[in-house]
Ligand binder design. Structure first.
Ligand SMILES: Cc1cc2nc3c(=O)[nH]c(=O)nc-3n(C[C@H](O)[C@H](O)[C@H](O)COP(=O)(O)OP(=O)(O)OC[C@H]3O[C@@H](n4cnc5c(N)ncnc54)[C@H](O)[C@@H]3O)c2cc1C
Length: 474
């Protein structure tokens, strides 16, 4: 059963301990730092009830992203669902409900990976997937550690009690964690073989006693109005540090335990990570389309759209959109079987990992190119829409901020949207997000050396070398 937006919002009013600006947040759905974005997430739940979108988003009463894809056609259908969700926020909400849904489906496709040497989490992983799917729950995840290495600040197990474990310490950058029904806590970076205390994965409710979420600055709260900050006022998905002060986790929510190998393997030997990339690559493609659309509208509003360098710059952006699209389509076309087909199929590894490299490098370039097209108009804007409405100032603003065929109100609206997307603090966070949300560059570049076609590349170069020698004649 899918939940409507109202049901989702009610689930967030559970007394969770969120902190921002020295204040304990009483209700994340009502607080000015979070409420509009909570409403945007709720809107995504309502989307699944909309007859126009339901056939794409839902299959057999369950969100399609939870299904384990069994064929190429299933991957395509899942991407269409990802795309519908991504379009609702123009690609700016990264941790939409389908993100962790796809990850959980990856766990369900290969549950044996959770069977470690000392702990068997296979049934718990399947139950995690079932619980999220049947409850249409929205899960976030925190896998990063506080800066400064593995020490006693990093989340670890400190005790076993009847019925479960006690964890203490922190995990970083929980995107969307304040808006989640559950938070999956784990580790994706390799652990030392004897580091069993940090080697665990579990799912926890945000209202668990002892659990705190320390939020970063809210861009939503700083925004003045939807007109002035159309993206940051509504799609500020938040990133929070998760702190556990002796939080009790029941065994049935523990997926890996004191097992450094299984704790890492659940990301790489199940399709979970590749499923994440399938969702985020589709979202990235949508976001680039949106940004390129903005660029086209800006050049028209500036009256520069016919200039050859501007035409070429737009052509380059459209080429980037095509690249983003090509990575999604190619990952689907190069699908691979999971566990001899018993676990269905997953997007191709080589292309999926390469997408991370492409997106991390392309995004800042696209942003820079559009800023160049926009020029000073991106900055020289009235402080707020109120200037347009003011009886004395309004006529002046309307006179001096318009261009032929583009009334001031339309132009200010467009350029304020562009600034929010390209130059605001919210925009800076998005640049960092596209570079880091799936790990730092040194991690995904190293992954590519394993997933990439190194042998084939080497053998082709070697074949050329082998084809001639000192005595070869032309
Ligand atoms: C906006 C945003 C949202 C995020 N959301 C989530 C989330 O929801 N859940 C989650 O689990 N994580 C999330 N992440 C965290 C992300 O997973 C981490 O940022 C990522 O794993 C990198 O870790 P780090 O930030 O500690 O960077 P580091 O590992 O500290 O790397 C920072 C830089 O240091 C250098 N460096 C460090 N180590 C090496 C090395 N061994 N070799 C070479 N260079 C090195 C590189 O220049 C690197 O870019 C998010 C990150 C951002 C920015």
């Amino acid at each position: 059963m899918t939940r409507c937006g109202q049901e989702y919002l009610e689930g967030l009013r559970d007394g969770r301990e969120i902190w921002i600006d020295g204040e304990r947040v009483k209700d994340v759905t009502a607080h000015p730092a979070f409420r509009s974005t909570a409403a945007s997430f709720a809107g995504l739940h309502d989307l699944a009830d909309d007859p126009a979108h339901r056939p794409v988003l839902v299959q057999g009463g369950v969100r399609r992203a939870y299904a384990v894809p069994r064929s190429y056609e299933d991957l395509v259908a899942r991407r269409q669902a990802f795309r519908t969700t991504a379009e609702a926020s123009y690609g700016y909400l990264g941790r939409t409900p389908d993100y962790m849904a796809a990850g959980a489906a990856g766990f369900a496709a290969a549950p044996d990976v959770f069977t470690g040497g000392t702990f068997d989490g296979a049934e718990h992983a399947l139950a995690f997937h079932r619980r999220l799917a049947e409850g249409d729950l929205h899960a976030a995840f925190t896998l990063g550690n506080p800066d400064g290495g593995e020490d006693d600040r990093t989340l670890r197990v400190v005790a076993e009690r009847d019925g479960g474990i006690v964890v203490r310490g922190a995990k970083t950058v929980g995107t969307g964690a304040v808006f989640a029904d559950e938070i999956l806590v784990g580790t994706i970076e390799p652990l030392a073989p004897d580091d069993t205390a940090h080697a665990l994965t579990f799912s926890v409710r945000p209202d668990a006693p002892g659990l705190k979420l320390i939020s970063r600055t809210s861009y939503e709260e700083r925004s003045r109005s939807v007109f002035d900050h159309p993206l940051s006022s509504r799609y500020d998905e938040n990133d929070a540090m998760l702190v556990c002060e002796d939080v009790f986790v029941p065994w049935e929510r523990v997926l890996t335990y004191r097992d450094p190998v299984a704790t890492g393997a659940i990301w790489w030997q199940t399709p979970a990570y590749l499923n994440f990339v399938h969702q985020s690559a589709t979202r990235f493609w949508t976001k680039l389309e949106f940004l390129t659309g903005l660029a086209i509208l800006i050049t028209r509003s500036h009256g520069t759209e016919q200039l050859p360098p501007v035409v070429q710059a737009v052509g380059r952006l459209l080429g980037m959109v095509a690249q983003a699209k090509a990575f999604v389509l190619a990952a689907e076309a190069s699908y691979e079987e999971v566990d001899g087909g018993r676990g269905g199929v997953r997007p191709g590894q080589e292309i999926s990992h390469a997408q991370r490299i492409m997106a991390g490098e392309l995004y800042p370039r696209a942003v820079q190119d559009i800023k160049l097209l926009a020029g000073g108009a991106l900055v020289q804007l009235p402080a707020s829409g109120r200037d347009l409405l003011h009886p004395e100032l309004g006529p002046l603003v309307r006179r001096y901020f318009g261009t032929p065929g583009h009334p001031a109100e339309d132009r200010v609206k467009l350029l304020k949207l562009a600034w929010d997307a390209l130059g605001s603090e919210f925009a800076g966070r998005h640049e960092q997000y596209e570079r880091f949300y799936h790990g730092a560059p040194h991690v995904y570049l190293t992954m590519q050396t394993r997933a990439g076609a190194a042998e084939r590349c080497e053998s082709l170069a070697q074949a050329c070398l082998d084809g001639y020698g000192l005595g070869t004649t032309r």
